[in-house]
Design a protein around this ligand. Structure first.
Ligand code: ADP
Ligand code: MG
Ligand code: MG
Length: 893
């Protein structure tokens, strides 16, 4: 017969799979000799059988009865014995903590007979009736599915009769009458409340098992990618009471401050309270540190246990404790949730204290936490002040991190208009969102909804777009008709400012100041990254178009520029007219003249970037977008021409506009992204790329003469057939050699190509013969592999696909391993076969996405290139990939 039940004495920390996190923790603490109220754990396997069959596995009941006997012996009392009753809690606890997702029932073992006897013998009659009414309330809601409001309404009615109006103002007599009313609720809503404590226990265990498949828990697991077949354990534990008077109480303590990572006990304690009262915020709790003065013996003991647990688990612990008549009990320990800042500091400090290795410290910080740390965030002090001013409106679910202040807009069309056309910061506020709202979301600074969870449409889309988002802020009542929302008494109208914190789920009225973190002053992050650099194999380069981006990229630790887009330089105001003249030139001489004017400008651009990067490689991509992007919009020209004709004011301009119209019309393409662009431009439009290469080499030669050592790498985009690369490269390399000859100096250079057309990937062996490097342009490669236009797909259907589970993720954000990844693998293999020293990297936006970076590591690329801000993230993600590989196929737990 399988062992379904483990006494706390029989388990240990390694048994999380079987006993769940809470159970394994209780067992481990018991083993360590901490004061844990005795109890036992029913395994996750039993839960899985129960979920599958709808009933307990054979043998479980007997094992529970035996375990209860052992606990009774230890505690010296008996379940259901009015003279000396054992009371227990039934607590859920899965392998991974799912805070607030599943259920716990306290005070099992109370019934009319037990309560009456206890009340008669106790000097504190009030606590008995309070405990009993809590049992009825929790059992009713969790086990019997009775609407919790039914009980709360009764409580409210009674509280209104007291002078203080709080839970604690209800006296024993009132609580006793409340118990009677609660029992009547059972009779009308379900079956009677079971008098037999063994029946209570069994029903409670079943309900805890059942909560594993509750909607809330299932949604949570989907969101956090926790498998659904783990099951939850149920822990049955002797009750201890923090509500027995002023020498009793309950609290939560962290071994370090979970907001800052600062060492030392941090937490809250509420005297004369039970269970959740601390978190429920009914009364203002004490800071745990204040216990030191008030209950020095308890504080010292708590501190000792906390330090022991932290050393034992080698991680920041979050500990629940209760004091019953001056005796300390520890009820739970787990790794504490922490802010990005605290995660960084705790990891670095613990490595310094030799609690963990540096590799372990690197592993403990998530790349997402680096993103969070470097994002603008609300100033904590401003937030604190806002709370004090009563501006905290509501608390929802933190669906997508980041801070945003903006004006409330309810209508997605209006959000689009205000956000896009008027450039106003908009917080799109909806009850829920649907695919019909995406156009508004695209132009909002943040999203707020009053319904929905972490996998709702709003959450998925906001995360996809990197927008701060709070969902399920249920206390907010939206009135679309009136154009306002309300929370209790406060009313917020369309156009009013609100601030949402997607990292914490808070919603404030009014603006809150944000701070831009300064990378150079994030001491712990810098230390951690220096450790990450020691273990990673991938280099991290940056995409930078301007010298100032290049400078920033180096500050962030970039080891090269993986993509310098030359066309951005063409878009600048004073240059665009020259570029247009070049494109529209009717004679060769005219074009030459325009190109000659662009040459020194481009030379200056490149010089700046080379200077910023010193002897690090700089990959420069030659002109890429379709030419019409540089020209005025056809529709705008039409309007202008019409106006000029009507007014007849400026005949010269009219002539010019008509000429432009003709040229633009001639250049119009049905599918510009698949049209005359990339290397096709260089081939069909001679002159432009020659000018660019000349500018690159003149700049590089000049610097070389001045004693510097630039390393330009010329990248030819959008190659699908080897001949495209061959002709373009031959032509351009001639220019390069010519410039070096003119200047009388040689620079180290390379010619290579982007792999971003599927055919290019498939014929990489041919292409590699003419390229010294490849760089995966995964934006275009994804676009062309899926056949999705990136510019349209996100707004039209892609988000709906992700939300409905048709696609696992937005492929423009997380690299699609199965399809796009396969093409990359083919290109790497074929390319390396043809040219063993081929240098391969990636410069698509995936280069900054941790999951995609892991894939690039597996492919054996030399580097990833991403936006300068993502460089720190990529450094850490690359280290994680290397550490995972080192740990072997199973990884670490
Ligand atoms: P959660 O997983 O939601 O934290 P818990 O099982 O930890 O749920 O229980 C909820 C609250 O009840 C916690 O504050 C916990 O400390 C308290 N609690 C649980 N079991 C007992 C017990 N046997 N004695 C006293 N308090 C308990
Ligand atoms: Mg708990
Ligand atoms: Mg491209």
């Amino acid at each position: 017969m399988p062992k379904w039940v483990y006494l706390f004495h029989d388990g240990n920390a390694k048994m999380r799979d079987l006993l769940g996190g809470k159970g394994a923790g209780l067992a481990e603490m018991t083993r360590l000799g901490l004061p844990v109220p005795p109890g036992f754990t029913i395994t996750t396997k039993a839960c899985n059988v129960y979920s599958a069959k709808g009933r307990f596995p054979p043998g479980l009941k007997v094992q529970i009865a035996a375990a209860v006997k052992r606990v009774e012996a230890k505690a010296g009392n008996r379940l259901g014995d009015p003279g000396n009753p054992l009371l227990v809690s039934v607590r859920s606890g899965a392998k991974f903590s799912m805070p607030g997702m599943m259920d716990t029932i306290l005070n099992i073992g109370l019934n009319d007979a037990v309560a009456t006897a206890l009340a008669a013998s106790s000097e504190n009659e009030r606590y008995v009736w309070d405990a009993y009414r809590r049992l009825l309330q929790m059992f009713g809601r969790i086990v019997r599915g009775i609407d919790g409001h039914k009980f709360e309404a009764i409580m409210d009615r009674w509280k209104a009769k007291t002078t203080g109006g709080k839970d604690t103002d209800l006296d024993a007599g009132m609580l006793r009458l409340i118990v009677d009313e609660f029992r009547a609720v059972y009779t009308s809503e379900s079956k009677d409340f079971p008098e037999d404590p063994r029946v209570q226990l069994e029903e409670a265990i079943k309900a805890v098992f059942g909560s594993w498949n509750g909607k809330r828990a299932v949604d949570y697991r989907n969101f956090h990618k926790i498998p659904h077949d783990l099951g939850t354990a149920a822990n049955v534990q002797t009750m201890v009471f923090g509500n027995l008077g002023d020498d009793s109480g309950t609290g939560v303590v962290f071994t370090r401050d979970p907001a800052t990572g600062e060492k030392g006990l941090y937490g809250e304690y509420l005297a004369n309270a039970q269970g959740e009262d601390v978190v429920a915020g009914i009364r203002t709790p004490l800071k745990v540190r204040e216990l030191k003065g008030r209950m020095p013996r308890i504080y010292a003991e708590l501190n000792r246990h906390a330090m022991k647990l932290e050393r034992h688990y080698r991680d920041l612990q979050d500990i629940e404790f209760t004091v019953e008549r001056g005796k300390l009990w520890v009820l739970q320990t787990r790794a504490g949730k922490r802010t990005a800042k605290a995660a960084m500091k705790v990891a670095v400090d613990m490595a310094g204290e030799r609690l963990i290795t540096r590799d372990e410290a690197v592993r403990r910080v998530e790349p997402a936490q680096v993103i969070q740390l470097l994002m603008p965030r609300f100033d904590e002090r401003a937030k604190e002040a806002a709370r004090k001013e009563g501006r905290l409106l509501a608390h929802g679910l933190n669906a997508s991190p980041g801070a945003a202040t903006g004006i409330v807009v309810f209508d997605p069309d209006e959000a689009e208009r205000l956000g896009r056309d008027e450039k106003r910061p908009v917080i799109l506020t909806r009850i829920e969102t649907s695919p019909d709202d995406v156009h508004g979301m695209l132009h909002a600074k943040g999203i707020l909804t009053t319904r929905g969870g972490a996998t709702s449409h709003a959450s998925v889309v906001a995360r996809g777009l990197g927008l701060p988002c709070v969902v399920g802020a249920e206390s907010i009542r939206v009135d679309y008709e009136d154009g306002s929302f309300s929370v209790g008494e406060s009313i917020v109208r369309k156009g009013d400012a609100v601030s949402i914190d997607g990292t914490t789920g808070e919603v404030f009225v009014g603006a809150i100041s944000t701070i831009d973190p300064d990378f150079r002053r994030e001491k712990e992050l810098l230390t951690l990254l220096s450790w990450a650099d020691k273990v990673r194999r991938l280099q991290v380069w940056a995409n930078a178009d301007y010298p100032r981006d290049a400078v920033r990229a180096r500050e962030f630790g970039a080891q090269g520029i993986g993509l310098c887009r030359t066309e951005h330089m063409f878009f600048e105001q004073e240059r665009l007219p020259i570029v247009q003249r070049m494109i529209l030139a009717e004679t060769e001489a005219e074009r030459r003249e325009a190109l000659d004017r662009l040459l020194p400008i481009q030379r200056g651009d490149f010089k700046g970037i080379f200077e910023a990067m010193g002897d690090l490689p700089v990959v420069i991509r030659l002109i890429d977008p379709p030419l019409h992007e540089f020209l005025p919009k056809y529709e705008d020209l039409l309007v202008e021409a019409a106006e000029l004709r009507i007014t007849g004011k400026d005949p010269d301009r009219l002539k010019e506009v008509e000429r432009l119209l003709k040229a633009v019309a001639a250049m119009k393409e049905q599918n510009p992204m698949l049209g005359l662009r990339g290397c096709r431009l260089g081939i069909m439009f001679p002159g432009v790329t020659e000018m660019q290469v000349r500018a690159i080499f003149e700049a590089a030669c000049g610097l070389k003469k001045a004693g510097e050592d630039p390393h330009p790498e010329i990248m030819i985009p959008l190659v699908g057939h080897v001949n495209e690369l061959r002709v373009e490269r031959e032509k351009l390399e001639r220019v390069a050699k010519q410039v070096m000859e003119e200047q009388g100096i040689r620079v180290d250079y390379k010619f290579g190509t982007m792999i971003e057309v599927p055919r290019g990937a498939l014929t990489a062996d041919e292409i590699a013969l003419h390229a010294e490097f490849f760089s995966f342009g995964t934006n275009d490669l994804t676009q062309m592999t899926f056949g999705y236009s990136r510019d349209d797909a996100e707004g039209k259907f892609l988000m709906a696909y992700v939300q409905r589970g048709i696609l696992p993720a937005n492929p423009f954000q997380t690299l699609d391993r199965a399809g796009v990844g396969q093409l990359m693998r083919v290109a790497v293999e074929k390319g390396r076969k043809a040219r063993p020293d081929l240098k391969i990297g990636i410069c698509g936006e995936h280069g900054g996405d941790p999951e995609s970076i892991a894939f690039c590591h597996e492919l054996g690329l030399k580097y990833v290139s991403c936006s300068p801000f993502r460089v720190p993230v990529a450094r850490l993600a690359a280290a994680h990939a290397a550490l995972r590989e080192k740990a072997g196929p199973k990884g670490t737990d």
